[in-house]
Design a protein around this ligand. Structure first.
Ligand code: IMP
Ligand code: MG
Length: 182
């Protein structure tokens, strides 16, 4: 698996530092607000488990599974709810935790949904942001790193279901994509 990686973009240590910084800020901003901290499965699961342990105030955790991608590296534009929340967002301060914002379609759809369900506030925390590819006007409130317009894997992010378990964020060798197009 490690042989498939062309280069490491963010090491485990860099990801940890960024997570600690965001966690400190979130703790300050959400003190006394008892936020509902939502993990967007599956990509955000690895980052989520780290960031929630840096949020040092009362909060509740919940999970939602949405999909906007098939086994492709280009967004299809469709966002499907595969698993909904167990908790009501009505009158709650919601904090969405994402792995990466690309076109922004997934987040736009979720923010609209939570607003329609009468959340008190909706904020976004993302480990990675690819602002160059944005179609929807989504701006995250907390960002780990702005990434160049490259397809990245690791630390929760997958290519065809694999590489989520890599402890860093990296770029795949081009032949890995080429192999799958034959
Ligand atoms: P958006 O709706 O285009 O913003 O897509 C966001 C989702 O696409 C993320 O939650 C990821 O699951 C996936 N995605 C976008 N870019 C990448 C990437 O570079 N690597 C892996 N998954 C990605
Ligand atoms: Mg995702």
């Amino acid at each position: 698996m490690n042989d498939d990686i062309l280069k490491v973009l963010y090491s485990r240590e860099q990801l940890q530092d960024a997570t600690e910084k965001m966690g400190k800020q979130i703790t300050k901003d959400f003190e006394g607000k008892d936020p509902l901290v939502i993990c967007i499965l599956k990509g955000a699961a690895v980052f989520y488990s780290d960031i929630v342990r840096e949020i040092n105030t009362y909060c509740e955790l919940d999970f939602m599974d949405v999909s906007s991608y098939g086994n492709e590296t280009v967004s299809s534009g469709d966002v499907k709810i595969i698993k909904d929340l167990d908790t009501s967002v009505e009158d709650r301060n919601v904090l969405i935790i994402e792995d990466i914002i690309d076109t922004g379609r997934t987040l736009k759809c979720l923010v609209d949904l939570f607003e329609k369900r009468n959340a008190k506030s909706v904020k976004i925390c993302t480990l990675l942001d690819k602002p160059d590819r944005r179609i929807e006007g989504i701006v995250p409130d907390y960002t780990g790193f702005k990434v160049p317009n490259e397809f990245v894997v690791g630390f929760g992010l997958d290519y065809m279901g694999h590489y989520r378990n890599l402890p860093f964020v990296g770029v795949l060798k081009p032949e890995i994509y080429a192999d799958n197009q034959e």
